[in-house]
Design a protein around this ligand. Structure first.
Ligand code: S3P
Length: 448
């Protein structure tokens, strides 16, 4: 099954070198947050560079359902007339967040401290994913959640009429959980404290500050505490969304493994909570130059000049780096297949509860393409076959997961035989221009 109900098989094959400039779309995490915080501000928030992937479009639709006015003015250019903190109206219908875990979890958090009820659902992938990780802390505010067994969607959240602030230690490294609690804390009186044992992406903290919320940070026994003062008046902003480092990963990794390639990927975030893949690739011997470092939209960015790297070495990825590259393990495992030696990825069990079980999806597809792997609950190990060494020649299952689809299509660009995916339609959730962008670089990726 696909995002729109119709599967779109796709095939990639080895062709000439990749050349040119790859301008990837806006950051998905930041795009969701810009719409949500815009909806919580009184007045007009202007967003440029918004990712127009289905996940973000579903969040835009949801913000309208809660009473905000959300308007598209042109490509990536949107405005949001918000209703203020605590101003959400009760939606008259079910909120369908499609494929987006970030969308549903952040929106549940946002509405959980208002006296309204909303029912959430999503596609077959999202309906399998655990929501207890957000409804547990939301219940501490006084919200109630009624879902399917295992805390699955569809789920109804009855928002707290008299929310109380909470102190919550996030038990899994998850920016979605952290953000859901912070967003709920906005409409609770007093101070809400969220404690992270390990740092995860900090876009919510950065953007909340940008919209005028009061946040402070303290080192406490359990980790790093983020202390939010409730009931702020959020002020509308102009948000320039930087390009998505998780999307940039696909052309970057493709250029590293396709013989003779040289591409430029401008404006890629080097936020230390997001750049773990790039640090890892450099450790593997990737030829990447980080040119013109600067700030864009409140994020550190650089232009990446990437050249084919025929002597990549397998490495052990430090476990503590996992959160900063959690979405990039699928594409890293593809690069690892073209490295010499073994790449060991430990501490990655969170991958099992993403859009698909990404350890299983990558393991099965790589095996089908002739790559030796090892896995356990929390680990993926890839035995590299060297530059151009992957046999390919298989059809890989994508399990309604955009990153799995794009990873195997990149694998096929350097494999001895073409690689197919059963369904490329989920790519539209995060990277709707993937096919055109890759074709512009000279990649052979075709439907069918
Ligand atoms: C995201 C957080 C991560 C990541 C997801 C986006 C976010 O999920 O995998 O793609 O925008 O907060 P977790 O918080 O579940 O780790």
């Amino acid at each position: 099954m696909s995002v729109h109900g119709e599967s779109v098989p796709m095939t990639s094959r080895r062709a000439g070198p990749l050349k040119g400039v790859a301008e990837v779309p806006g950051d998905k995490s930041i795009s969701h947050r810009a719409l949500i915080l815009g909806a919580l501000s009184v007045g007009e928030t202007k967003v440029t560079g918004l990712l127009e992937g289905q996940d973000v479009l579903d969040t835009a639709k949801a913000m309208r359902a809660f009473g905000a006015e959300v308007t598209r003015h042109g490509e990536g250019s949107w405005s949001v007339h918000g209703v203020g903190v605590g101003g959400f109206a009760e939606p008259s219908d079910v909120i369908d967040c499609g494929n987006s875990g970030t969308g549903v979890r952040l929106i549940m958090g946002t509405m959980a401290t208002s006296p309204i009820t909303a029912t959430f659902t999503g596609d077959a992938s999202l309906r399998k994913r655990p929501m207890g990780r957000v409804t547990d802390p939301l219940s501490l505010f006084g919200a109630r959640a009624y879902g399917r067994s295992g805390g699955r969607l569809p789920m109804t959240i009855v928002g707290a009429a008299d929310p109380v602030p909470v102190r919550y230690v996030v038990p899994v490294p998850s920016a979605q959980v952290k953000s859901a609690v912070l967003l709920a804390g906005l409409n609770a009186p007093g101070e809400t404290v969220v404690i992270e044992k390990e740092p995860t992406r900090d876009h919510s903290e950065r953007m909340l500050k940008g919209f005028g919320a009061t946040l402070r940070f303290e080192e406490v026994e359990e980790g790093r505490a983020i202390i939010l003062t409730g009931r702020p008046e959020l002020l509308p902003q102009a948000v320039a969304v930087p390009r998505d480092p998780s999307s940039a990963a696909f052309p970057v990794c493709a250029a590293l493994i396709v013989d003779g390639s040289e591409i430029l990927v401008p404006g890629v975030s080097q936020n230390p909570t997001r750049n773990g893949l790039y640090v890892t690739l450099v450790e593997m011997g990737a030829n990447i130059a980080f040119e013109n470092p600067r700030e864009e939209g409140g994020e550190p960015v650089a232009d990446l000049r990437v050249r084919f790297s025929g002597d990549l070495k397998g490495i052990e990825v430090p476990e503590e780096r996992a959160a900063s590259m959690i979405d990039e393990y699928p594409i890293l495992s593809v690069v690892a297949a073209y490295a010499e030696g073994t790449t060991v990825m430990r501490g990655v069990k969170e991958l099992r509860v993403k859009e698909s079980d990404r350890i299983d999806a990558m393991a099965r597809g790589l095996e089908a393409c002739g790559v030796k792997i090892e896995e356990d609950e929390d680990t993926l190990i890839v035995h590299g076959m060297g530059a151009g060494g992957v046999p390919g020649g298989a059809t890989c299952k994508t399990h309604i997961d955009h990153r799995i689809a794009m990873s195997f299509l990149v694998l096929g660009l350097a494999a001895k035989n073409a690689v197919s995916v059963d369904d490329g339609s989920p790519i539209a959730t995060s990277f709707p221009v993937f096919e055109d962008l890759m074709a512009g670089l000279g990649a052979e990726i075709a439907r069918g």
